[in-house]
Design a protein around this ligand. Sequence first.
Ligand code: ADP
Ligand code: ZN
Ligand code: ZN
Length: 703
Amino acid sequence: APSALPPEPPAAGDGVALTVVVPMPAHGGLDARLSYRHPHALPAGTLVRVPLGRRTVLGVVWPEAPDGAAPAREALRPVQEVLSALPPLPDEWCALVAFAARYYQRSVGEVALAALPPALRALDAAGLQRRLARLPGAGVAAPAAPAPPLTPDQQAAVQAIAAADRPVLLFGATGSGKTEVYLQAAAQVLQRDAQAQVLMLVPEINLTPQLEARVRARFGAAVVTLHSGLTPAQRLRHWLAAHLGQARVVLGTRTAVWASLPRLRLIVVDEEHDPSYKSQEGARHSARDLAVVRAHRLAAHGCRVVLGSATPSLESWHAAQQGRYRLVELPDRIGGAARPVLRLLDLRQQPRGALLAPALLEAIQARVARGEQALLLLNRRGYAPVLACADCGWTSGCPHCSAHLVFHKAERALRCHHCGHAAPVPRACPECGNVDLVPLGRGTQRLEEHLEQALADLRRPDGTPVRIGRLDADTARTPQALQQRLAEVHRGDVDVLVGTQMVAKGHDFRRITLVAAVNPDGALFASDWRAPERLFALLLQAGGRAGRDAAFMAAQGSRAELWVQTAYPQHPLFAALARHDYPGFAAQQLEERRAAGMPPFAHQALLRAEARTLEAALAWLRLAAAQADGLPGRAHVTLYAPVPMTMVRLAGVERAQLLLESARRPALQALLAAWTPRLHALRGASAARGLLRWAIDVDPLGY
Ligand code: ADP
Ligand code: ZN
Ligand code: ZN
């Protein structure tokens, strides 16, 4: 582990050599760790400005002596400026960055500088003084809102967190009081230690303004937020408040895992299953996984980490089953609201081409006429298209894997994104001969229009026409627009809300009594083998929006229902959903994954390439695969055939990828570490002609 020792004792006369990490990717043998000259030693973590080529860049003094191959001190360029008004970044922060760089195969400098607020790069000493002057987060205010007394289960959970010697997985239904557990666990930590800091990570801050309000009500001025919706200046101020120890609670999205927190004692990862914790750019890190690593390194200082969810990721659930994580459960909902009853609609028995089954439409009409609200969930996540037969239910499975073949329209081909198997598109269904094969999950764009027509003559209890609202990426472009849409629903201005995944997340709607999933089948058989896991979570969360107000339900004499339209009502996912049985679903999924040798029983990495032509991208990937021969770990790692990506053409760039898989994480890591420098060295190879970019994605979330 890096130490805080100065890299080298001061030398007489010409100063000392320092290792400084700078923002550049690792290539050409350079590692973004450079040596500079300075009159005296500087502590590791000190922010400095150094020359790089013709530019001046922000860098961090790194806890390492310059290597022997570095030029003599006299030949080194000098450090230009030391940001001495700021304390150095903590050792623990440098160690986290070093770990992430190694694990995700990036240069330390690239990770370190991406982890700092962008505005810090442009800041000079004078600017620094001015902000420092107006930092938020000074001091813990007395709680503005008193904390409710905990239920016995909640109390046990708070105690388990304080006593845990490993990460805690807090498994509790929506509305079971998980957030209250986070808040009181945090309060305990802050009270015990007058300088302690707490990091609370959430998937998307704009979707859950209620949560931010609750945290602020509890911890007042001690809270700062860190997320991409802040202006660069706000982000810098909040970052500084955390770095200087003034902010005691940092509430943020995945980027906040990098916050410099000199006295971090608790990390909360809310909705830990959410894919948005995985970054899709830069080092492509998982903030959840780094949170666990970070807390582990600080365990000796009493730092704890809690991952919370009603539908944990299978990785975390598996870890809890193995005992690597401590499972803590909140089995009951606060206030005793009933969970929704599942109603499956067999699409094979509905009129052809109907977007909404007649029975569902009638149910919606009846509820709206009674003054209740309905929520229709449209699955629009970019699932790769899988071919299916609407008559018999056949889907295009891979003969070699438990994955589905992806429909590549341009080449009229089906391809497995796992093993690379390719086949022509069949003329007719291999099972029943139906010639009308279509990709699953299409034809929903017209739903809103269809609803407008179907509900045109209906009236609400007050005699006014029924109103339909829509919530998706188009209607909620800005946080303000999103808040406005949500407010309309809360006020009751909207009777039927049609929306994508974002309607399912954590909203506390009071008058919705019916939720319907219109087209979940695309996700049921998507080529992305994680899709069933996501779909189960989505449907459970969406169903959780119905019937939340027990008093309203009783007054209406209404029953909360979750309707699902599917051509596959026998699928085991729905049986588990009807029982609200996440553990049963997880056990069945894990068994499938174990049999197929897929995560969490295997570890994966993707090498992605972008080129002007698909041939160039594939040729380079084949060359890259050959470079892995004989490297450490290679015997335990499977390299699959390169395949074009589903969205093969994006903005004139052709994209392809190569999957690596191993049952042993260390073997995969060893191979990647030895392989990456060779890939950098491939730049001049003939197959690299036409290649634009490549990148490694460790623990990819979809492909
Ligand atoms: P979750 O995070 O699991 O969805 P919350 O912590 O948001 O659950 O709790 C659900 C609701 O119950 C919230 O309105 C919350 O204020 C309330 N609540 C939670 N714990 C208690 C408690 N011990 N006493 C009274 N109300 C509580
Ligand atoms: Zn068929
Ligand atoms: Zn396959």
